[in-house]
Design a protein around this ligand. Sequence first.
Ligand SMILES: [Zn+2]
Length: 727
Amino acid sequence: MEKGGNLNMKKVIIAEKPSVAKNIADAFNIKMRKDGYFQGEDYIITWAFGHLLQLYDAKDYDENMKSWRMDKFPFIPEKFKYKVKCNSTNRAAIDFGAEKQINIIKSLIERDDVDEIILATDYDREGQVIGDELLLYLNVKKPIFRILLNEWTEEELKKGMADLKPNEEMKSLQDAGISRQWSDWIIGINLTSAATLRYNPGDKKILNIGRVLLPTLKIIYDRDKEIENFKASTYYKLAATFKTKNGEEFEGTYYENDNEKFDDKEILENISKLLKDKNAEIIEKQVEKKKDYAPLLFNLSGLQGYITSKYKGWTSDKVLKTAQVLYEKKFTTYPRTGSVALDESLKEKTKKVLDVIKKGLPYESQIQFIDNKRIFDNSKVESHSAIVPTYIKASGLNADEETVYNAIKNRFIMQFLPVSVYEETKLVSKISGETVKGVFISKGKVQLAVGWHIVEKSETKDNILPMVSEKDITEVIGSTVNEVTKKPPKLHNEKTLLRVMETCGRSYKDEEDTDAMMASILSGFSIGTPATRAETIKKLKDASYIIAKGKSLTCTELGKTLVEIFPARELLDLEYTGRLEKTLSDIEKAKFKKAEFLDMIKEFTVNAVDSIKKDTSMLKNFKAELPEGAEAIGVCPICGNPVIENEKGFGCTNWKNGCDYTIWKNDKFITSLGKSVTKLMVELLLKNGKVGFRNIKSKKGTTYSAYLRYVRDDKTGHYKWEMEFIS
Ligand SMILES: [Zn+2]
């Protein structure tokens, strides 16, 4: 190769994962694989393994942080720094694979024949940070570009390469990603450490506290409580059977003033008696054709909810991982999306995909491309469209991949099948004469056109009413009063939990409010993001805060206690957490400043650590051992453990767990009264809650008697003496 001059200049493409790098290499027909990269004429394609770097641990900033002590928190570094990520099984060692890959990337970027870098990490906050943290760490000075894709097929890749963006234009996405990363570090490290030191220090178990973790736990806790507090109640309904002239029978439910639920059984029993040998007249018949539209395309939580509730043994985490594999295999589009519609620019492409996907299906002839707002709607798309198949026909899938792929494919196809149509009939029967005040209502439903239901056949229960007309007379041939017991709400499962996280606990009546709901979801007002929710649920299980009972999720004793005692209540408030998440989303849209957000997080953390330090609610759960040879003088009023004498005072044996109940021998207040702290005095104080002193000298020189109490100020955490005069 000549020096200088005619070097064939190349671009280094950095993918988020090896599998994606392979897709890119395939698209450009690059076959030469070297150690850690593919080498082509114009492109060198290398990869990360997700994050290759991680933020410094507290002890990397400050040696003193190695010993874990309450007085060292809150700890907030002035400037955040990155290091090669740790080995996932041995946190003391670095990940040598990551280090090696960083060095490969560095040497590629520094090559003389490389003049540009192209970041091909995923088009989202995390992908942006994975790329940017690495390039900042390597102090890259060459121009950096960004490719932004929704799928890794050859066609899209080539389009994307022709439409690169300067990486500077991604600043707000980077800010949002970094804000997320740093704020989770600040909150996670400080609150996890403070809470563990305060509430769980004897036990080695770490009490994991996080920005998204706690509100999610609270959602599950609230449902548990709702069930616990549920009071079973019953109501009654009256059903009558009618017979037409032709001998056909149908049933109706008794209504008075639009209500069919009665608290008083007797009222209905009396009406039931009146029905004997009566006729009824059909006073109203309504027949309505109703359309049943296919459910909207999947966003991630929709897909997770669908799979976890339909199939056994699936978690949302597993659904995301499988969807991620399908995306990396080029069979489906980007999975971590909140959108349930497609960008309007995708119409032509979608038509093409549909042509490939529908081939060979038994109902192929019914599938037809249509363009409507339920499918294509820019107002319902943010960065990424809904999850759909690509034009590449999936092959070689394992059983799990097949399950997820078919769900995505079927949901896609449903959009292009006819609407399902059914006929709903409503009959209103009035008992002849004036004895019965209310009416009987019967409803029938008949499916007229299967439409999209053909894709996933579900048992539709047609309820057919006989052919009758208004004014027809029928005969009442029977009636029963039925007791109905109101059921308690069900435990959350992953599907219902994801829905609450996605909507931040606001309820929307399905179809009619879809627009409002989607607007809220896309504004970012939610608990976590599509990308993080599955992991949050998994973390809650790993931390033993919740357990799964079949598909249901419920709090453990630990999780329940944590929700009840955790003093930084904002973290348990869905509105508060929703606003934080929305702020991150606003940073991404350049509507909010990173620095301001981080200041907010720092202030919250400082206050939260302070409130944990002052909290004593959990100390009672710990039993401290009486040290050998020590004598218990009494019981600690804060935590119930023995108080013993030591050199400088009388203190609680539970100090290791954070109980700081101590009466110092040189207590200033007691000495100022001319008294001293003795063993007998402490013994009486602990036994009676107060201790009396006689002959206390006042400043005026008179003497008086008083009881003294030693009390803890819950706000400051300090102890002080309270005096009660004895007259
Ligand atoms: Zn104590």
